[in-house]
Design a protein around this ligand. Structure first.
Ligand code: NAG
Ligand code: NAG
Ligand code: NAG
Length: 343
């Protein structure tokens, strides 16, 4: 006969518990991936530190195609449709151009942005923009599509505005975050988006809305963690390296200091003729990278030594022969390497 003394009892109990724990530990991953996983799909989040709010961590769930989420939402919402437009209230005009009218608006408690086609002349560009937004929605490098109806697109609102505001922010509101590392991170964020465009699932795309530094910077919005997102997908023609298909950014003569040499009319003695103007490829974007990055770095007393570290790669970007310029991937890697040296 077994005598259950208190000491004996305790030993068995501990053993039993240990055994149960072990069984659970072994079975849990299996259960999670099959059974439990199907009932409670694991939610993935996109989180960032809001530098305008003492680095408060802001999260929103990651969504699949056809859905969106905004900070504070606990689940994804289907793209807004014409029916939802009854609940979207325009508040103020942000931008008015020949192509579109951009209005800040309110949907529920959220600030959103409405972009409406201003003239049917630009219908094609507008449709292209929407198609790209739909294709790339969910990518954190691209502005988030919230919905559309007829000739109006709803996107996420970015309170810090465009990359043109970087200097002002670094000197005022975000002064305590101003550092060479933060500024180099803006260069990295920029080349990361160019890299995405050049190696996108929809082919090699060229950033054509970039005839001046201001125009280029205005195409990017600032997240509250000072990462960039691409705002405007109107003018991203595709080059096909396999078939040798090149592109041209528009049909008029391009001028100014900022454009790449191959974007210039090559026969100064003749009048510009679009039919005679040779095409070019995504390396025009690479030519412009040093100007954009140096602009982010400028205005900082210590930027000279960092510009020196970037001198070699930036010189390669300025190769007159476009095919000898580095790829976006190579520039990205070099920026990352220099960042590691600074850390
Ligand atoms: C969208 O277009 C349809 C058809 O032209 C029109 O009836 C509807 O009112 C439009 N919706 C909005 C929100 O503009
Ligand atoms: C981009 O590629 C995806 C997947 O291949 C495709 O479904 C989508 O229609 C493409 N979008 C554009 C704008 O070509
Ligand atoms: C540019 O470089 C490539 C590769 O070295 C070469 O094949 C091509 O001829 C060069 N083009 C010009 C205009 O020098």
């Amino acid at each position: 006969m077994i005598v259950f003394t208190p000491a004996f009892n305790q030993k068995w109990l501990v053993l039993l518990l240990a055994l149960m724990a072990l069984t659970l530990a072994v079975l849990y991953p299996l259960l999670k991936s099959s059974f439990i996983g199907n009932i409670f799909p694991e939610k993935r989040w996109h989180c960032y530190k809001d530098l305008t709010a003492n680095e408060r961590v802001v999260c929103r769930p990651l969504c699949s195609k056809g859905q969106f989420s905004l900070p504070g939402m606990s689940s994804c919402h289907p793209w807004l449709t014409c029916d939802d437009f009854l609940n979207i209230f325009p508040q103020k005009l942000l931008v008015k151009s020949v192509v579109k009218k951009v209005i800040q608006a309110k949907w529920k408690s959220y600030v959103v942005v409405m972009s409406s086609l201003a003239s049917s002349h630009y219908q094609e560009d507008f449709k292209h923009h929407l198609k790209m937004l739909q294709s790339w929605s969910g990518n954190s490098l691209i502005i988030q599509l919230l919905g559309f109806c007829n000739d109006t697109i709803i996107t996420e609102f970015y309170k810090l505005g465009s990359a043109l505001n970087v200097w002002t922010l670094m000197n005022k509101q975000l002064r305590k975050y101003d550092s060479l590392i933060k500024r180099l991170n803006l260069c990295i964020s920029y080349i990361n988006i160019i890299k995405f465009l050049h190696f996108s699932p929809n082919g090699t795309r060229v950033m054509c809305d970039s005839n001046s530094l201001e125009k280029t910077l205005s195409q990017f919005l600032l997240q509250p963690d000072l990462h960039l997102v691409l705002n405007d997908l109107d003018a991203l023609p595709e080059v096909k390296p396999e078939s040798g298909k090149k592109i041209k950014c528009g049909h008029v003569e391009l001028m100014g200091d900022f454009i790449a040499p191959e974007q210039r009319w090559p026969y100064p003695d003749l009048l510009f003729d679009d039919n005679e103007m040779p095409g070019y490829d995504e390396k025009t974007d690479i030519w412009k990278v040093p100007n954009v990055c140096n602009w982010f770095l400028e205005d900082d007393d210590n930027s000279e030594f960092l510009k020196l570290k970037l001198f070699k790669i930036h010189k390669q970007c300025k190769h007159l022969n476009a095919s000898l310029r580095p790829t976006a991937q190579e520039v990205f890697q070099e920026y990352e390497r220099v960042l590691q040296e600074l850390l």
